[in-house]
Design a protein around this ligand. Structure first.
Ligand SMILES: NC(=O)c1ccc[n+]([C@@H]2O[C@H](COP(=O)([O-])OP(=O)(O)OC[C@H]3O[C@@H](n4cnc5c(N)ncnc54)[C@H](O)[C@@H]3O)[C@@H](O)[C@H]2O)c1
Length: 246
């Protein structure tokens, strides 16, 4: 399938596990990629992997997504350098593990800035810059619905992101821009391997309930594609059925 031929797709958190898989999938289907991730990271391996795709060369625009001016700048540069902006995938995210008793205002602000406010700024720019047919996909988490100890700000921010997806869909509808969320379960990435909850046994995951970044990327691509034209404001759980069990 070449569902994104001639389109520009901007992916935040592009150098992470799920972000990288989303970039490879969208590029394989013809999109020109704009990769956004923190300054100082090495984008060369992903740029090299994307170079084999049919689309024009991908761009790496480093930015901290919690920096409002930087977000406006990368979106403007994406349009200036590729001539358009059709898809935004908000993948960048972070976790911290702390009991509520120890969580400072600074912790809460940092987690909300990365997991919610950054996406809000990309949505803002997307609503300004994208034309009809544009699509935004927010990567939330099943922590928006059910959660585990020590990750309260992450779970609350991801629940906020699902709510923001609904608000954005309402405002996007009149512009012909769709906004949806994917809520991944456990995904085989560095974020999962680093989890102290997994290491300590506070959270156990059946290996059958661990998905791959490519399986999340497939859902992202579906929601970003024109075939999902009647889907907006929705949250698609992609967790191998983990949340369905009592
Ligand atoms: N891995 C999982 O099991 C899982 C499950 C559910 C949801 N998610 C969500 O999926 C998304 C991607 O997670 P992943 O597993 O690929 O993690 P990852 O750590 O591999 O990737 C996250 C990326 O976001 C980038 N990032 C973080 N803060 C940033 C900032 N301020 N500015 C710019 N970039 C920033 C990081 O540099 C990194 O490349 C996250 O939003 C995460 O919450 C992951």
């Amino acid at each position: 399938m070449m569902r994104f031929a001639g389109k520009t797709a901007l992916v935040t958190g592009a150098l992470g596990g799920i972000g990288g898989a989303a970039c490879r999938r969208l590029a394989a289907e013809g999109a020109r990629l704009v990769l956004v991730d923190r300054p100082g990271l090495d984008a060369e391996p992903l740029l090299a992997a994307l170079a084999g795709a049919d689309a024009a060369p991908a761009l790496f625009l480093p930015a901290d997504i919690t920096d409002e001016a930087a977000v406006a700048d990368v979106c403007a540069r994406a349009v200036a350098e590729t001539g358009r902006l059709d898809v935004i995938v908000n993948v960048a995210g972070q976790m911290i593990y702390k009991p509520l008793e120890d969580l400072t205002m600074d912790d809460w602000q940092r987690l909300f800035a990365v997991n919610l406010f950054g996406a809000a700024q990309f949505i803002r720019q997307g609503l300004r810059l994208m034309g009809p047919g544009g699509a935004i996909v927010n990567v939330a988490s099943i922590h928006a619905h059910q959660t585990s100890p020590l990750v309260a700000p992450y779970a609350a921010a991801k629940a906020g992101l699902v709510s923001l997806t609904r608000s954005a869909a309402i405002e996007g509808k009149e512009k012909g821009i769709r906004i949806n969320a994917v809520l991944p379960g456990a995904v085989e990435t560095q974020m999962l391997r680093d989890s102290p909850n997994i290491k300590s046994g506070a959270e156990t995951i059946d290996p059958a309930d661990i998905g791959t970044p490519d399986e999340i990327a497939a859902a992202i691509a579906f929601l970003a594609a024109e075939e999902a034209s009647f889907i907006t404001g929705s949250g698609l759980v992609v967790d191998g059925g983990r949340l369905t069990k009592l």
